[in-house]
Design a binder for this molecule. Structure first.
Ligand SMILES: Nc1ncnc2c1ncn2[C@@H]1O[C@H](COP(=O)(O)OP(=O)(O)OP(=O)(O)O)[C@@H](O)[C@H]1O
Ligand SMILES: [Mg+2]
Length: 310
C-alpha cells in the first residue's frame, strides 16, 4: 500500500452527545460513500462502550478488534483490519474483544498515533457518544469533527454541552500555563450553558492579565471548527433547527460551526440495521442514502447547508 509513513489525507470523526442519534449509521455510510468515489478508506470503530460499526457495514463476525490492537506490541493497524466486501473500504472493529476496564491513556495514545500514520486516503472514526476525555481527544485529532444531533430538545442541549467541552479541551491542550488552565476550567465549568461566560468576554478579561495568551487563545478559537449534521429529519421545520443551533453556538460561544447537512428519517435505515447491511449498498436510492451522499459531497467540498425551500 505504498509509503507507510504517508498518513491519511483527512481524518473524519463522528461523535454526538447522546446515544442513538445515528453516529454509527453516518460513519459507516459516509465511509461507503467515500469508497464508492474511489478513495481508499479505513473505518475505525472507536466507540469503546458500544462497538457496532461492523454491523452497519455488513461485517458479520469481525476476527479482531481494537482489543487485539491494544494487546499487541506494535502500532500498525493493518494487521487488525477486516475486509468489508466494499471495494476500497476496510475496517477495524471495536473493543468487543477487550476487557471491561477499557483502554488506558497509553492504549489511546497508541491508537491515535496509528491512525495518524494509516496509509489511506480517509480514516473515518466512530467515536461513540459522550464527552469523556478519550472521546474528546479523538474528536479533536480529526481535521473534520462531525457532531450528529437529532431534532429534539435533549439532543440540542447536548450539542451545546459537547461543543463547549470540545472547545475547553482544545484550549487546555494548547497552553502549558497552569494559571491559564485554571482560568479556563473556571470559565467553562459553570452549572448551566446559559450561565457560561461567552468566550469573547472571557478572553477580554484574560487579556488584562495575560495579553499574549489571550491573543493566542483567540486565534485558537477562531480556527476551531466543528460540523453539525442533523439526523432523523421528518419535516422542513426540523431542517431549520441546524441553522438555529449554528446561530446560538456563535452567539453564546463566539464559535463558528458549519451546518454540513441533514439526513431524513427513513424506514429503510431500520430495515438495513435489522438485516445487518449498509444502507448505501442495499438501498442506494432511498432518501436517507441520497442525503448521506449529499452530505459526504458537501464535507469534501467544505461546504455548508444553504437555505432551501422544497
Ligand atoms: N435516519 C434514520 N432514519 C430512521 N432510523 C434511524 C435513522 N438514523 C438512526 N436511526 C435508528 O436509530 C438507531 C441507532 O442508530 P445508530 O446506531 O447509528 O446510533 P448511534 O448514535 O451510533 O448510537 P450509539 O450512541 O448507541 O452508538 C438505528 O438502529 C436506527 O434504528
Ligand atoms: Mg453507535
Amino acid at each position: 500500500m505504498g509509503d507507510a509513513r504517508r498518513g491519511p489525507r483527512a481524518i473524519w470523526a463522528v461523535g454526538g452527545g447522546k446515544g442513538g442519534t445515528g453516529k454509527t449509521l453516518l460513519a459507516s455510510n459516509m465511509a461507503v460513500s467515500l469508497a464508492k468515489r474511489g478513495f481508499r478508506v479505513l473505518a475505525v470503530d472507536a466507540d469503546v462502550g458500544g462497538s457496532n460499526l461492523h454491523t452497519c457495514l455488513g461485517v458479520e463476525r469481525p476476527r479482531y478488534g481494537l482489543g487485539s490492537f491494544f494487546r499487541a506490541n506494535h502500532n500498525d493497524l493493518k494487521e487488525f483490519m477486516e475486509d468489508t466486501g466494499v471495494a476500497n473500504l476496510w475496517m477495524v472493529s471495536g473493543t468487543l474483544d477487550f476487557p471491561v476496564r477499557g483502554p488506558t491513556t497509553r492504549d489511546m495514545n497508541r491508537l491515535r498515533n496509528a491512525i495518524r500514520r494509516a496509509d489511506f486516503d480517509y480514516v473515518i472514526l466512530d467515536i461513540g457518544s459522550g464527552t469523556s476525555q478519550t472521546t474528546m481527544e479523538l474528536f479533536l485529532m480529526a481535521g473534520v469533527g462531525i457532531y450528529v444531533l437529532v431534532p429534539e430538545p435533549t439532543s440540542i442541549e447536548n450539542t451545546y454541552r459537547f461543543l463547549k467541552e470540545a472547545l475547553y479541551w482544545s484550549l487546555v491542550k494548547s497552553t502549558r500555563k497552569k494559571s491559564v488552565k485554571a482560568a479556563l476550567f473556571k470559565a467553562f465549568h459553570t452549572p448551566s450553558v446559559e450561565e457560561f461566560q461567552a468566550i469573547p468576554q472571557f478572553l477580554r478579561q484574560l487579556s488584562r492579565t495575560e495579553p499574549l495568551v489571550s491573543r493566542f487563545l483567540r486565534s485558537h478559537v477562531d480556527s476551531f471548527r466543528a460540523r453539525l449534521v442533523l439526523n432523523q429529519v421528518r419535516r422542513y421545520e426540523d431542517v431549520e433547527i441546524g441553522f438555529s443551533v449554528r446561530s446560538a453556538v456563535h452567539k453564546y460561544f463566539g464559535l463558528r460551526v458549519d451546518y454540513s447537512g441533514y439526513v431524513s428519517f427513513d424506514e429503510r435505515v431500520i430495515q438495513c440495521v435489522r438485516a445487518r447491511k449498509s444502507l448505501l449498498q442495499t438501498y442506494p436510492d432511498s432518501n436517507a442514502a441520497k442525503c448521506i451522499e449529499n452530505l459526504t459531497q458537501r464535507l469534501l467540498e467544505e461546504g455548508q447547508m444553504a437555505f432551501e425551500f422544497f
